[in-house]
Write a protein that binds this ligand. Structure first.
Ligand SMILES: *Cc1c(COP(=O)(O)O)cnc(C)c1O
Length: 435
């Protein structure tokens, strides 16, 4: 569920008219609903009743400081994948003792920073990484907490670019090798095993791959628990969200209607299917969801530049582009696109919704049916709160977009649109080219 809805034909986020946000801060601008983020967080935190659950929000999904501070206030820890993400969490007063450091390429500097900041654990992806963390911890005269990331070799049945738990992906240690790693750990004096982790992919819409993966990993986890002081099992993130019918999915009754037939994967279904496998382990369970918490809590506001009518084809050219939101270009993903002002008396328009970038892949939707829209009118690209701004770039020398957060009837700018000066600040022409 989420808090984007029409009121008097005007699209609102909570009690804020989104046209007012666009007028004040311009477009393209991301807008997030704080209430939606909070509700999504709570649903996850409550999805495994009777178990000790910790949420490590995957910062890469949406790393704005306001979003991180909001989740920190709610009690979240964080799943971190770079020095920059660690510094973001420290910047909002976040405490690394509930956060984990993941990723296949941790540098020595990053390991040092995480250790100095009191990280809960490193999620280790390979034997050479174990050796490196052991070495760095040795130079700092401390013991590094680690968890082994295992690759359970299951097909997450999601987009190939975001599948991570199949043998042949770069992630994790195959279960067959994990035994050997376990032995290696005994010889590395500056490491302490705290947990086991896995993450099989993103935007999963069925529960079966999660059940398969946990089922394959559970015996290994139970065995490791015999010889070590294991504290937790992290089952990763990956819970998918509904990108189609984004507005309808905001209504409470929609979930009940869906329950009768085809139903999206909810935290409740996910939790109910996994609880019987997790309970016997007697461990704390970590969840590392990113997308589920922020995706439907954000939209990208944009303005129509032109309606271009070509032979047999219409193009709605808008001021947002693939540099602002890359998901359609990169993963062929669907986002609903809706007008900020709904007018049911207008004719329908079938058009490709495209950005100004000089590349054919700069396209948000193909042959999409929309209400007829003209120059200067506003629209919202829905479900853009995860992997939206965090993947934005400056391609075509377009400045990074603005970000705004809404809570009830108030809203505030949380990231100003980048200026040209900021964009050019670190560049210079070398002396030998100054004629
Ligand atoms: C990306 C990632 C996540 C979060 O994935 P979502 O699909 O956003 O929930 C969690 N854990 C790890 C290790 C990741 O790489």
């Amino acid at each position: 569920m989420h808090h984007f809805h029409y009121s008097n034909q005007n699209l609102h986020c909570e009690s804020v008219d989104l046209a007012a946000v666009a007028r004040l801060y311009g477009t393209p601008t991301y807008v997030y609903s704080a209430t939606t983020i909070g509700e999504n967080y709570r649903r996850l935190a409550d999805c495994l009743p009777g178990l000790d659950v910790g949420i490590c929000y995957a910062v890469k999904a949406n790393s704005n400081l306001a979003v991180l501070r909001h989740l920190h206030n709610l009690g979240a820890g964080f799943d971190l994948v770079s020095q920059g993400e660690i510094r973001r969490v420290l910047a909002v007063g976040g405490d690394l003792s509930r956060s984990v450091f993941a990723g296949v390429g941790k540098s020595e500097d990053e390991i040092r920073l995480a250790l100095a900041s009191g990280i809960m654990a490193f999620h280790v992806e390979s034997e050479p990484e174990l050796a490196r963390i052991n070495h760095v911890a040795g130079t700092m005269d401390c013991v590094a907490p680690v968890a082994i990331r295992i690759n359970p070799d299951v097909d997450a049945r999601t987009h190939a670019k975001i599948t991570t738990g199949k043998s042949g992906n770069k992630f994790g240690i195959p279960l067959a090798q994990a035994e050997r790693v376990h032995e290696a750990l005994g010889k590395l004096k500056h490491l302490r095993l705290r947990g086991v982790q896995m993450h099989i992919g993103s935007q999963l819409t069925e529960v079966a791959p999660f059940v398969d993966a946990v089922g394959k990993a559970a015996p290994f986890v139970a065995e490791l628990k015999q010889g070590h002081d294991l504290e937790y099992f992290s089952i990763g993130g990956g819970l998918g969200v509904v990108y189609h019918d984004a507005l309808a999915s905001g209504r409470a009754e929609w979930w009940n209607v869906q329950a009768a037939g085809q139903r999206p994967l909810t935290p409740e279904t996910y939790g109910a299917a996994l609880a019987p496998l997790l309970k016997p382990l007697g461990l704390k369970i970590l969840l590392e969801h990113g997308r589920f918490i922020t995706a439907n809590a954000g939209v990208l506001l944009s303005r129509v530049e032109y309606l271009k009518r070509s032979e047999g084809k219409n193009f709605l050219v808008i001021d947002a582009a693939m540099n602002d939101l890359v998901r359609p270009a990169m993963y062929e993903s669907w986002h609903d696109i809706v007008p900020l002002q709904r007018d049911t008396s207008r004719r329908a328009l079938i058009a490709d919704v495209v950005g100004p970038i000089c590349e054919t892949s700069d396209c948000f939707a193909k042959d999409r049916q929309l209400q007829e829209l003209g120059e200067g009118e506003l629209l919202a690209i829905m479900s853009a709160g995860a992997y939206g701004f965090s993947m934005a770039s400056r391609y075509n020398s377009r400045p990074l977009p603005a970000e705004v957060i809404v809570k009830g009837s108030t809203f505030e700018l949380i990231n100003a649109r980048e200026s040209t000066e900021q964009m050019l600040a670190n560049e210079k022409v070398p002396t030998f080219l100054r004629g």
